[in-house]
Design a protein around this ligand. Structure first.
Ligand code: LUZ
Ligand code: MOS
Length: 761
């Protein structure tokens, strides 16, 4: 399906053979220890109310049921909130969203626990339900304080504009649909501690939450992650409750306990991408320069804060996407509603911000009578421009990506091809859109940008690597092995990457923010540097070399002045151990240069930015409203990609996931706050038929001095935002059929919305 340039650096994903032969192990694949018990969660059937009566005596009497646990059985704090303490793990008197956990049923089998749920009786007095963030804001229901980013003076700038437009835009939620649902397996240890195997992006977050719930020291909680079957942000913070629930049962019963959510439970009980409703005002001069931009974002945070505050922040950081706008006021409100607390999702609020500026540009272009491309091209970021948050634009590739895309993929010819097609076809119309992306790399919360690694060289010369990185399919294991192999001049087979484990690498940030390979890779390099320095000193003594002679490791051999010496790697290690040299090292990395002042909302929050431009072309069937994507062509700034195969996979996956968010995927709550799109039959994610017929990715190889690992830039999140172009490509096809179509800038652009646009319904 994919056309791509040659994947020159041959280092395919080390996990691939295991994935394709089914040998990869996820939490639920672990062999069960004898005596393992199973948990099922009794959830709130309503979105808001007061519990009047709760009777689980019948469930408790059912043969095979071992215990029913409620909030009263929590020895520590009944609190999940990592940022704001507003989220009980098990409901007390009030319930705030459908699916909120109330009780845990623990039984000898999963089936028994499942059946016991139906024996629980509950009466709830219904309270009013809010699902709309603007209404929540009017009622003063906020999860956190609102934030504003400002630069320049919008008042004065709007006064100078020839064109000023105002409008609204809305984007929907998005379900993560990681292949592996949430889950954990908790095992009591005889020293009093608990070991938890968790499907999490954040082992330390799980450890901290379990310790808090159980009132145990973190040092007694070991969290181990082999790998996870996808996360996409959904397991950055929201893997913790399931682990804490299993651990609570282990705490009381001293037994191994497993809790794996079924897909339908996962869909109902876990947070998603935040839906947003937004307003904008955009002002342009007669040459189409955007002089001023105002935006107000209403984020639908759900019933508790979870990660909504930093997600909201990233919406503001990316509210001007890839454009240089000198006067900006952007305000965002974190609104509390009665839906499941929403959470991190690839892009972390950035895509929601970008959708609004792209909507504003599209609307302005239609009103002025130019193409959006003209406005986009005119206003792209330039070197030394200033982002609204004060960071100066350095190493900017926005214009280079754009112009390479326009030239390489011949946008002028594409325009003609599309126009000709549209002339010749009455009931089929093509449309295309360009989507530039600029995404900042680093956790916006500066202190989170650190990582550690622990490396052991064993006496046979093999190397064990431990980092805080969680493999979730993104290929970070392969990247870590590549780095270690390169540092020691060893073949990849001699490097073993171990499970991510809180007893080996502590206090980790979650694998998130596209920064996992950068942070953990640099920590690994730090450990490697210590070990090679020790070994170099030893070799100098052993071979009687002076300071100027260069030592290196290549092909499992010690090289002196770029020539192979007689000393092999294995002999070196044995000799060094005989001399009692320490061949273990702990590496640490904290991203330099970044800082941010939350009071002024100014600083230098990102180590660097990733840039790119996508061209998305679609064909709309104007009788049925259905559409196909003919092709997506991308110029993406990879820096110097350390693994083209993995990085290409991230681009394709991110693109299609973003297109799904913008087109097919529609999360629907009814007026009672109940999730209607509660299965994969009613919630559609893109499959191979919905994916573009071709995806063509051009690697922009840049070698600017950035903070990326081996100058290979972060690649996890940025490509998702290329998918935003899908919305506008379809709009443009609809407008070709019906130039008076009312485009309301409400995503996703489902086939129903296309039909309404085509026929002005
Ligand atoms: N998580 C987080 C993230 O805690 N802070 C971030 O800035 C972020 N950005 C992207 C994805 N996850
Ligand atoms: Mo993420 S949204 O980088 O977990």
């Amino acid at each position: 399906m994919t056309k791509h340039e040659k994947l020159s650096k041959k280092s395919s994903n080390i996990d691939a053979p295991f994935h394709v032969t089914g040998r990869t192990k996820y939490v639920d694949d672990m062999p069960e220890l004898q005596g393992t018990l199973f948990v099922k969660i009794f959830p709130s059937p309503v979105a808001h109310g007061q519990i009047i009566r709760l009777d689980y005596s019948k469930a408790l009497q059912m043969p095979g049921v071992v215990a029913v646990l409620s909030e009263k059985d929590i020895p520590g704090e009944n609190e999940l909130g990592g940022i704001v303490k507003d989220e009980p793990m098990l409901a007390e008197q009030e319930v705030h969203f459908e699916g909120q956990p109330i009780l845990l049923v623990i039984a000898e089998t999963e089936d028994i626990a499942h059946h016991a749920l139906s024996l629980i009786e509950i009466d709830i007095e219904a309270h009013p339900v809010t699902t709309d963030p603007i209404i929540a804001h009017q009622q003063g229901d906020l999860l956190h304080k609102s934030r504003t980013f400002s630069i320049g003076n919008t008042q004065e700038a709007f006064a100078k504009c020839k064109h000023v437009f105002e409008g609204t835009a809305e984007s929907g939620g998005q379900e993560h649909v990681y292949l592996e649902p949430q889950g954990a397996y908790s095992i009591p240890q005889d020293k009093g501690g608990i070991t938890i195997y968790s499907s999490t992006q954040g082992p330390t977050a799980v450890q901290r939450t379990v310790a808090r719930i159980l009132d145990m020291p973190m040092s007694q909680i070991e969290v181990d992650v082999n790998r996870i079957g996808g996360g996409f942000g959904g397991k950055e913070d929201q893997a913790s409750p399931w682990a804490a629930m299993a651990a609570l049962a282990t705490y009381h019963l001293r037994k191994p306990v497993k809790l794996i959510l079924e897909r339908k439970e996962d869909l109902k009980m876990t947070g998603k991408r935040h839906p947003y409703k937004s307003r904008y005002k955009i002002g342009l001069d007669e040459d189409l320069n955007i002089l001023a931009y105002e935006a107000t974002f209403f984020q639908n945070g759900g019933a508790a804060a979870d990660l909504s505050p930093p997600v909201l922040g990233r919406t503001l950081f990316h509210s001007t996407n890839s454009y240089d706008i000198p006067n900006v006021d952007a305000t965002a409100h974190c609104c509390k509603t009665n839906i499941v607390p929403n959470t991190a999702f690839r892009g972390f609020g950035g895509p929601q911000g970008m959708f609004v500026i792209e909507s504003a540009i599209h609307y302005a272009a239609r009103q002025i009578g130019v193409t959006p491309i003209e406005i986009q091209a005119k206003n792209l970021l330039k070197e030394n421009a200033v982002f609204p948050y004060g960071q100066i634009v350095k190493g900017c590739e926005a214009r280079q990506c754009w112009s390479e895309a326009v030239e390489k993929y011949q946008v002028a010819a594409l325009q003609k091809e599309v126009d000709d097609f549209n002339q010749q076809h009455a009931y089929q119309k093509k449309g295309f859109a360009l989507m530039p992306v600029c995404f900042g790399i680093s956790f916006t919360n500066t202190p989170m940008n650190n990582a550690r690694a622990l490396v052991h060289i064993y006496s046979d010369g093999s190397v064990g690597v431990n980092t805080g990185a969680v493999e979730m399919g993104q290929g970070v294991n392969t990247k870590m092995v590549q780095i270690a192999a390169q540092m020691f001049g060893l073949p990849q087979q001699r490097i073993q990457l171990n499970n991510t484990n809180t007893t080996r690498v502590a206090n980790t940030s979650p694998s998130a923010a596209s920064a996992t390979a950068d942070l953990n890779g640099k920590a690994l390099q730090d450990a490697g540097r210590q070990l090679t320095e020790r070994l170099h000193d030893f070799i100098r003594q052993d071979l009687n070399l002076n300071k100027n002679e260069r030592i290196s490791f290549k092909n499992e051999q010690v090289y002196v002045n770029e020539k192979a010496s007689a000393l092999s790697w294995e002999e070196l290690i044995q000799k060094a151990l005989a001399q009692r040299i320490n061949l273990s090292a702990k590496g640490h990395y904290a991203t330099p240069v970044i800082h941010f002042d939350r009071n002024k909302e100014k600083g230098h929050p990102f180590a660097y930015h990733v840039y790119g431009t996508a061209i998305l072309t679609c064909t709309v069937d104007c009788i049925r409203g259905i559409y196909e994507f003919d092709k997506v062509q991308i110029v993406h700034d990879f820096g110097a990609s350390m693994n083209r195969e993995i990085d290409l996979g991230q681009i394709e996956g991110g693109l299609v996931q973003g297109m799904g968010w913008m087109t097919l995927e529609e999360i629907i709550y009814n007026e009672k706050g109940l999730l209607k799109s509660n299965s994969l039959a009613t919630y559609k994610i893109p499959d191979i038929y919905a994916a573009p017929k071709t995806i063509d990715v051009h690697f922009l190889n840049t070698d600017t001095d950035n903070e990326a690992i081996l100058k290979s830039k972060a690649v996890g999140e940025p490509p998702l935002m290329y998918g935003i172009g899908a919305y506008f490509a379809i709009c443009n096809a609809v407008l070709a059929f019906n130039p008076k179509a009312k485009i309301d800038y409400v995503a996703p652009m489902t086939t129903e919305r296309v039909l309404m646009g085509l026929y002005g319904l």
